[in-house]
Write a protein that binds this ligand. Structure first.
Ligand code: MEV
Length: 313
């Protein structure tokens, strides 16, 4: 009896979401506190999927799974495996629709497990190629930042069409991710910015450029200037995201509360319109306090996590 496993962590966008779809850079961080495990077993008959959303034959999977179904078929073809005799179990601790890259993590974990099942080695390019097939269906015009960050171990500087660059933080940064509890759809949010762009290209381009500038400064803050500057940049980026119409009352409420309680900066993370915020705490002690306060204030889930300093050689 053959059994194979693939795992993937999730991701956070620190700064640059939405603008990255339009050619600006973005910085994203691997987020290991939640993730996905895909387990494949030999079970005779048609391929079956067992996940939180759906349990049954792949051929009758709902439309929301069309992306991952595409990745599965294309990966099987690449591996020269028949479209049968598999049970694919997907277990995820990533809340979907919260800007944490749940769909991309599922795709990466499933593709890894298929390669493991076929006992074939994969390259990072293989993973990205087959997982991005799913993301294209799920998100329309994904930048590719989600899948890329999910295969990374340290913060990434990401620009469409350009090679990635790994960022080495010069200090420990204490972040808190807090969930509004509201589901936000990435495709809708990305489309709303595209529509805004069509109706007022000049004004929107200025905002996208501004987010790009803030992202350059944020890289410098991570590498040299430090957390106080980074906090201010996160706040500035949030202003632009609000102007792009992708923040909402649930996000603003948590963001304002975090700032009031001493966060150096706070903004939405991911596609927005619900989903999660990312806040930068002053230090470890403050991070714990702020996390408790956000929980009491009503955040659905709160994850404090440290982006560790990395010595550059
Ligand atoms: C989603 O995590 C980030 C967006 O910029 C979309 C994308 O880059 O594909 C909103």
């Amino acid at each position: 009896e053959q059994i194979a496993i693939g795992v993937a962590h999730s991701k956070l966008i620190l700064i640059g979401e939405h603008a990255v779809v339009h050619g600006q850079p973005a910085i994203a961080i691997p987020f290991p506190l939640v993730g996905v495990e895909s387990v494949i077993e030999y079970v005779p008959g048609t391929i079956k999927i067992d996940s939180t959303f759906y349990h049954g034959p792949i051929s009758s999977a709902p439309k929301s799974l069309a992306g991952i179904v595409r990745s599965i078929y294309e990966t099987l073809d690449h591996l020269k495996l028949p479209h049968r005799d598999l049970l694919i179990q997907v277990k995820s601790s990533i809340p979907p629709g919260k800007g944490l890259g749940s769909s991309a993590s599922v795709a990466i974990a499933v593709v890894k497990s298929l390669f493991a099942y076929a006992e074939q080695p994969y390259t990072k390019e293989d993973l990205l190629y087959f997982a991005n097939l799913s993301e294209e269906v799920a998100h329309g015009a994904p930048s590719g930042i989600d899948t890329l960050t999910i295969t990374a171990e340290c913060p990434v500087w990401f620009e469409r069409e350009n090679p990635v660059y790994y960022i080495k933080p010069s200090d420990d940064f204490h972040f808190i991710v807090a969930d509004t509890g509201k589901y936000g759809d990435t495709r809708t949010a990305v489309e709303s910015v595209a529509n805004l762009f069509k109706s007022a290209p000049k004004i929107i381009q200025e905002k996208l450029d501004r987010i790009g500038e803030l992202t350059y400064q944020a890289k410098h803050a991570l590498e040299k200037a430090g957390k106080n500057i980074l906090g201010q940049l996160l706040n500035e980026a949030q202003k632009e995201l609000e102007a792009l119409g992708v923040s909402d009352a649930t996000l603003n409420k948590l963001i304002n509360f975090a700032r009031q309680e001493g966060a150096l900066g706070a903004k939405l993370t991911g596609a927005g319109n619900g989903g999660c915020i990312i806040a930068l705490a002053q230090n470890e002690v403050h991070s714990r306090q702020l996390a408790d306060k956000l929980r009491k204030f009503g955040a659905h889930a709160v994850w404090p996590f440290v982006l560790k300093r990395q010595d550059s050689e």
